[in-house]
Design a protein around this ligand. Sequence first.
Ligand code: SAM
Length: 260
Amino acid sequence: MSVVTHYSAAVVADHSQYAGFADELAHRIGAVVVRPVDAELLRGFAIRVVVGTDICVYAGHGRDERRIAVDFSSSALQQRVQAGGKDLLIRACGLHKKQHKVRRVMDATAGFGSDAWVLAATGVEVVAVEQDPLIGALLRSALHRAGVQGLTAAKNFTLCVGDAKKFDTQAPIDVVYIDPMFSGGRRKAASSKSMSFLQGWLQDKYSEQDQLTLFERACDIASARVVVKRSVKAEALSSYPPTFQIKGKTHRFDVYQLGG
Ligand SMILES: C[S@@+](CC[C@H](N)C(=O)[O-])C[C@H]1O[C@@H](n2cnc3c(N)ncnc32)[C@H](O)[C@@H]1O
């Protein structure tokens, strides 16, 4: 995938009624506003963000062009939801047990929201935190659409756009889940076109120290456990050994049980 920078991004509103929002989003992500829609001009930007009833991103050009959007009704996500307690993340968060006492989970690194959605579909409340404003906008748009479509998990899903390290909550959080951008000092191989876009877009925004500080904050916030996703061969995020691990083919979940 070609490397992209925030400076090669443009935001365009597909109707004049979205122009104000397009301006605001462009300002937040450091992109240029193109108005009115000018296909020739837009071709000069590696990333094109289209704002309308939905928000989506076009990255690359020609045969390499990819459309990136969040869709909580996708068949891939539905399959994961149907797998229920067989899903390794659900097991790592302890949600596969019938009598579990987990009420609220914080996904501190929401990304495209797939993991948060799968957790919310089990019926627990999920607070999904995403720091990047563009990814946050894609999530907000998808969550709105999911609400309109009447998807039940949307009712359990609260989105916060901001830094999870600074997250302050009055309501108790039982489990904090972290899926960091880095794994053992090296970038994870992107598992999909969305993840490959995310790596290019975020570039070096997060250091390993950031993720370590986030882990420490997660241990303060969670009352029952912190779950960290790692690629299968990566070292643990922290020098504390996890209480146990749940391993898949390409990644694993390190589970840190807190208290008692
Ligand atoms: C690998 S992605 C997560 C993918 C996600 N699990 C999913 O299902 O799509 C990591 C995300 O965490 C976000 N992130 C990293 N540090 C963060 C922080 N301190 N607060 C909030 N979001 C953070 C990044 O912007 C990125 O979107």
